[in-house]
Design a binder for this molecule. Structure first.
Ligand code: ADP
Ligand code: MG
Length: 722
């Protein structure tokens, strides 16, 4: 018997090659296949007689093949299959390129249906590469709203349609995780109906209501999960860390700058949280450059001063390394031992007692680069040593990547975890990190660490509630005072050389520059690297042959990236060419110009983040948005960036122009596509939240909702760090 759990390899109609390819899409069982949803539909529902179809129409026609031939064009070595289709009203031609196997299928006398857009030339109207199927078959690929699926090598939408249509005939009973009364109230179909609607809708309305249903389900699970985490979080205990006013005042006084009011306020909110026995759960939301690090430092200092340990996590090794450097500087006049523990880096600040405790022999044979490190007050160490020093609390502050939370590290008394998410802030990912943080070996019996996350992406208020409704939020909505406005301009391709000259002049003045390359699909990282290398070589050879250029892209290892960043920071590189996947997070006050290629391909918030890398020093900075698009939409969008430097305003605009799906980007959000698309419906999220709240109030353990409970467990398994 076939069930939803049946592995596809047990189905005779699916060969081993398909089983293997489907795996790439994460599809292994019948259920997986049924839940592989289309991302759009081709509307072939208009069925017309041949004679009434006209050029430009997307239609379906049905008839008999009265002529058929397949030829090979010698010049281009291409197969061309051409048929003449006849119905009661007349005839029309159809052509297919490079599908030689069609010759045996599309033979004279067969009755078929074809769907597609009608084109035409001097010789008359024809279909080019239309979809087709035998007229005797139920409309699947033609003659209806046809689903188009995410595909992979060897797995086409056409194939998926046949398989899914076949499986749908079994009418599996799919247990519905959403309680019936909620579906009724919201007028949404149950899973059984919705699964049919989403694959083979009779009308677009059916497709939409099915999408809405599944989107609601996802949002509902997300909200339930985060409410559950919240309530278990609130039952936990944390250490109370008393606010030491003198300590903090002294620290602030010694800073080379004056804190902004927003920084003061946020730091105060965090210090207040630390005083409570209930663990802090706070999000610090501040634009790039708004100074989150120093706020994190205030909280860390307070905890360390009371004898506790603190862990700080960054999304990448390069950023972890940067935090390490920043905290060494910030805490230089305190006796605080800082450790950096990532895949590539195992380092500690070298206070005398630490140096003597580690491998002294090694020090004699240090290569030059390490000596440099030593002079800077840091020393390399082994992982084992670091772990020991963390366990004995010889290390007060541990800095690492998000992986830190997953490793089996034992602390002596970890009281505060700070997660610097930078651009990522997926709800599910956050929930996961938070859950993990409560499971960490903090060394404090019956207690869990206070939890602070920081994000650099300003989140528009409309979405913040839906996504982070169960968090306390501090906002840094004010930039450090002495920051100069960055002059931003939209540049046409014809002005490219002028811009290059401008940059050359800046470099002559001793400044530096970034060139950000266009966005390439994430799956195409190799293409991206190739394009980046080419552009780098072009610029080095043809444009800036007298200057020093550096290149940084996604395929470099952390230490390679860092080497380039260090050279840039040390002014050994004049122009840094970078791909957008690379976070160029290092603070380079001397960089005053940035070119962003194909700026129209980025979201406003992302452009704003790039731009935030310049304008950090005392010099006037310039940002050039290159675009070859003349569309007034594109220009209007980019203009928002020219006119504003307020990340929150830009984010609102971005949200308004692109919708939340694009705004968040699927990957960042951690939400499935279908939920993302329906995010436009902020109201739906609110409803999901209200319903989740109500349900948990009436039945906290979800005793009466076994399917829902099961779905939540499955959902939990799917949440993990990438
Ligand atoms: P982000 O919020 O992007 O993490 P950082 O914490 O890295 O920002 O701060 C960016 C830069 O601004 C750093 O060089 C930092 O020393 C500096 N900075 C932070 N706060 C202030 C302030 N109040 N006045 C001037 N400069 C500041
Ligand atoms: Mg930061």
């Amino acid at each position: 018997m076939i069930t939803l759990e049946t592995p596809l390899k047990n189905l005779p109609r699916i060969g081993p090659k398909y089983v293997k390819n489907l795996k790439k899409l994460g599809i292994a069982t019948v259920g997986d296949l049924l839940f592989h949803f289309p991302f759009r539909y081709d509307d072939y529902s208009k069925i017309l007689p041949v004679s009434s179809s006209s050029r430009g129409d997307t239609v379906t026609v049905e008839g008999e093949i009265i002529e058929s031939r397949t030829t090979r064009t010698w010049k281009r070595k291409m197969f061309l299959t051409e048929i003449l289709l006849k119905d009661d009203s007349g005839t029309i031609r159809a052509l297919w390129f490079n599908q030689p196997y069609l010759a045996e299928n599309l033979t004279e006398g067969k009755k078929i249906r074809i769907s597609g857009k009608i084109t035409g030339d001097a010789s008359g109207l024809y279909f080019s590469n239309p979809a087709w199927e035998l007229a005797s078959r139920a409309p699947t690929n033609t003659g209806r709203l046809v689903p188009v699926y995410p595909e992979t090598e060897g797995v086409t939408s056409r194939w998926l349609r046949w398989q899914i249509q076949f499986l749908l005939k079994f009418n599996f009973r799919i247990s519905d995780p959403v309680p019936e009364k909620i579906l009724k109230k919201l007028n949404l179909p149950g899973t059984d109906k919705a699964i049919n609607y989403i694959h083979f809708p009779d009308t677009l309305d059916h497709a939409l209501v099915a999408q809405k249903r599944f989107a609601f389900e996802e949002m509902f699970l997300v909200q339930l999960k985060s409410l559950q985490i919240r309530s278990s979080w609130q039952k936990e205990q944390a250490v109370k860390i008393k606010f030491n006013e003198k300590l903090i005042k002294n620290f602030v006084k010694k800073l080379p700058f004056k804190l902004t009011d927003a920084q003061r306020k946020s730091a105060f909110e965090i210090l207040k949280d630390l005083e409570k026995s209930r663990p802090m759960n706070r999000l610090l939301n501040g634009d790039v450059g708004s100074g989150k690090t120093v706020v994190a430092a205030v909280a860390s200092l307070q905890a360390i001063n009371k004898g506790y340990q603190v862990a700080i996590m960054a999304p990448t090794e390069v950023l972890a390394r940067q935090h390490f450097d920043s905290f060494i500087k910030l805490f230089s006049s305190y006796k605080i031992n800082i450790g950096l523990l990532t895949n590539s880096y195992k380092m500690i600040t070298c206070h005398p007692e630490l140096v003597s405790g580690s491998n002294n022999k090694m020090l004699k044979h240090l290569p030059a680069s390490l000596c440099e490190a030593l002079q800077a007050g840091v020393q390399h160490d082994t992982r084992t040593n670091l772990l020991k020093k963390i366990q004995s609390s010889q290390i007060n502050l541990v800095i690492g990547t998000h992986a830190l939370i997953q490793e089996d590290i034992r602390f002596k008394n970890l009281a505060l975890i700070i997660v610097d998410e930078q651009h990522r802030f997926g709800v599910t990912q956050r929930a996961y990190l938070q859950q993990k943080s409560s499971e960490i070996n903090d060394g404090l019996p019956e207690k869990i660490p206070h939890f602070l996350t920081m994000t650099a992406t300003p989140i528009p208020r409309t979405l913040a509630l839906a996504f982070f409704g169960n968090l306390d939020i501090s906002i840094l909505d004010e930039m450090p005072a002495e920051r100069k406005k960055i002059i931003t301009g939209i540049v046409n391709p014809v002005e490219r050389n002028k811009t290059y000259e401008f940059i050359r002049a800046e470099i002559k003045k001793g400044r530096q520059c970034f060139i950000i390359l266009p966005l390439v699909e994430e799956s195409e990282i190799l293409t991206e690297v190739k394009a980046a290398v080419q552009e780098y070589e072009r610029l080095s050879r043809e444009i800036f042959s007298d200057l020093k250029l550096g290149l940084i892209h996604g395929r470099l290892k952390a230490d390679e990236k860092e080497k380039v960043m260090r050279e840039f920071a040390g002014k050994k590189i004049d122009i840094l060419v970078a791909t957008p996947v690379v976070e160029v997070g290092i603070d380079i006050p001397n960089a005053t110009a940035m070119i962003i290629e194909d700026a129209d391909r980025f979201g406003l918030s992302q452009l704003h983040q790039f731009r935030g890398r310049i304008g950090r020093g005392k010099y006037q900075s310039y940002c050039f948005l290159f675009t070859s698009s003349n569309s007034s939409n594109v220009r209007a969008r980019l203009k928002a960036l020219v006119e504003s430097e307020d990340g929150f305003k830009i984010a609102e605009k971005d949200l308004e122009l692109r919708g939340p799906g694009e705004f968040f980007g699927t990957r960042q959000s951690g939400l499935p596509d279908i939920a993302m698309e329906n995010l436009a419906n902020v109201r739906l999220i609110q409803i999901a939240r209200e319903e989740a709240q109500e349900l948990l109030k009436s039945d906290p353990p979800l005793k009466n909702y076994p399917y829902l409970k099961k779905a939540l467990q499955k959902f939990e398994q799917e949440i993990h760090l990438e």
